[in-house]
Design a protein around this ligand. Structure first.
Ligand SMILES: [Zn+2]
Length: 599
């Protein structure tokens, strides 16, 4: 008879258990020294080894020749317990025996000394499923346990176990097993079974198993075919994950801005019966994985969840900038959340795809930021801005001409001194704009000097003014953007974000996305309100918080501490919310106003 891999390769000693050394070492020591508890509570997600360890422990405490805390698996006790012929060791699944009667029967039986071995061991799986009455009956035994009795309770949902039970047990929490550990174990089992499992396929299976070794082995079982090597493609085929390739294809169309293609894909999947919500969910998961890959290329591999092969991930990853992925993830999450109360889910999904394909249609600040980053990248790469943003130069000459006359230009002459403080603090772009080739370098090249203005007035060089429009007159007139008057910024946050941009490029996309992170200064504490735990992990590093706190202290002149909280920032007391948004937007635009100068 064929035996499933996970049963065949179930560990038989503590040393065989993968990825739970913190537990197995302790249990081994307890068995070896005889300092055992009468009740254990094993917690952790499924497939991490709780029941396996319970069975090993039941054998180890009864083994006639234990080896260094491990059961020998050869003596009559070990063999009898393993085969189930020794009735003193009993396994009970609380999911099916959750009544008070079963537990009472157990209690009545428990008082008798074991017949064949030293200790009566009751393994209660899924203990959280017991009824309240059954828990109370169990508690009675745990309160005054006979010397020969041992309970091993296992649960995936610790919060459902009453505190009175927990407090009487030694508690061990089983970790999710790391992708690397699972992949290594899969490779070992495959070798022993004579299967040819490729490394990338083992990694993919391990990712899909999400920390559970039993699931990983079951998946391997499904992929095992007759005499053929198992690669990523075989895994995807065998597990019916070909749909993932559709998702990856859709993502590729989004990256290429192929709106028509994306809508076609959606229409095809929709008519094939695919739910638009789950499709957007898959896109969102893929976007998240791509984002993790970008922001944490080293340690991030363990955080990936999706069933995609490495080649696909690398290809997609090259298509997107971090900032664009952040914007996309935000848009997808919002759309998914709104789907529940949508009148036309398909239309909403289509609208979302159209926006994803063409960021220019998305008017959120995150999308704007994504587009600006793209322009910056092009500028840094030496591509003329005129090519990157073709529409804008049309407007510029007219603006430059109207503002060229001396009265308008004159105030800008000593512009260096009058620049608002925020500009001085912003780190320069890779290519400092405003220094066109052939012009004499230095600060004077930025601004319209008195001489130039004079010549313009004499009608000498209107064309020169068109080619290199002066910087200062293009600014919005008036000093109302500056915050130097009061010395305290109304909204400190955008300035801080801009200041740490070069220092923390990986987290900058999070910091500058108002729907992901909102900074709020109140009473000497700068609180970063973040949308979820993931973002908190990204932006909450002590070095980042320290730097932000230091900068905020410098700006306000007082001691400012920086903290991170998950949730929405409380509405500001002083100003209405709408006003605040406008401020944010203006502040956001200010960070980037020199982008257009080079056109
Ligand atoms: Zn033994």
């Amino acid at each position: 008879m064929y035996q499933a891999l996970y049963r065949k390769w179930r560990p038989r000693t503590f040393d065989d258990v993968v990825g739970q050394a913190h537990i197995t070492e302790t249990l081994k020591r307890q068995v070896a020294t005889g300092r055992l508890s009468h009740a254990y509570l094993f917690t952790g997600t499924r497939g991490t080894g709780k029941t396996t360890c319970a069975k090993i422990l039941a054998r180890a405490v009864n083994c006639e020749h234990p080896v260094d805390g491990n059961p020998c698996n050869a003596c009559p006790s070990c063999l009898g317990i393993e085969s189930g012929s020794i009735l003193d060791v009993l396994e009970l699944d609380a999911a099916s025996n959750n009544g008070v009667d079963q537990v009472r029967a157990l209690r009545d039986e428990a008082v008798y000394t074991p017949a064949a071995v030293r200790k009566r061991v009751y393994i209660v799986d899924e203990v959280h499923m017991l009824s309240t009455a059954a828990f109370n009956a169990l508690l009675k035994i745990l309160e005054e346990p006979p010397e020969h009795l041992m309970f091993i309770l296992a649960t995936t949902e610790l919060h459902k176990v009453p505190a009175t039970i927990k407090s009487r047990c030694q508690q061990f929490s089983f970790k999710r097993i790391s992708t690397g550990d699972i992949a290594a174990r899969l490779a070992y089992v495959a070798r022993q079974e004579g299967m040819e499992l490729r490394g990338d396929a083992a990694e993919l299976l391990a990712r899909l198993a999400d920390g559970g070794l039993r699931d990983a082995l079951s998946l391997l079982d499904q992929c095992a075919g007759p005499d053929r090597p198992i690669g990523e493609q075989e895994v995807l085929d065998a597990l019916g994950l070909a749909g993932n390739l559709e998702t990856a294809g859709l993502m590729e169309r989004i990256g290429g801005g192929d709106t028509a293609g994306a809508l076609e894909t959606l229409a095809r999947l929709y008519s094939a019966g695919k739910d638009v919500g789950s499709l957007l969910g898959e896109l969102s998961a893929l976007t998240r994985d791509l984002l993790v890959r970008k922001t944490a290329p080293q340690g991030g591999a363990a955080l990936l969840t999706g069933g995609y092969d490495e080649t696909t991930m690398r290809r997609l990853s090259n298509q997107f900038q971090t900032v664009r992925l952040v914007q996309m993830l935000g848009l997808l999450q919002t759309t998914i959340a709104d789907l529940a109360r949508s009148g036309s889910r398909r239309t909403d999904a289509e609208l979302c795809l159209i926006r994803l394909c063409d960021p220019a249609l998305d008017e959120s600040t995150a999308a704007l930021n994504a587009r600006l980053s793209r322009v910056e990248e092009l500028l840094a790469g030496g591509i003329p801005a005129a090519c990157a943003v073709p529409e804008k130069p049309l407007k510029r000459p007219a603006q430059a001409q109207t503002q060229a006359p001396p009265p308008a230009a004159a105030p800008s002459t000593p512009a260096r001194e009058e620049r608002p403080p925020w500009e001085e603090e912003r780190p320069p772009l890779p290519d400092e704009p405003g220094e066109p080739v052939g012009y004499e370098p230095g600060p004077k090249a930025h601004v319209v000097s008195a001489e130039t203005t004079g010549r313009t007035a004499s009608g000498d060089a209107p064309s020169g003014g068109n080619q290199f429009p002066p910087e200062a007159p293009l600014r919005p007139p008036g000093g109302d953007f500056g915050t130097a008057d009061t010395g305290v910024s109304i909204n400190l946050w955008p300035g801080l974000v801009a200041a740490v941009r070069k220092k923390f490029p990986a987290v900058y996309p999070f910091l500058c996305n108002p729907s992901a992170v909102e900074g709020r200064l109140e009473g000497g504490v700068l609180t970063l309100w973040v949308q979820d735990e993931f973002t908190k992990t990204m932006v909450g590093g002590p070095h980042i918080l320290e730097e932000l706190g230091r900068l905020a202290s410098a700006q306000t002149g007082g001691e400012v501490r920086c903290a991170v909280k998950v949730g929405k920032a409380p509405p500001p007391q002083a100003a209405p919310a709408e006003h605040d948004n406008l401020d944010d937007l203006l502040a956001f635009g200010r960070q980037f106003d020199n982008i257009i100068i080079q056109e």
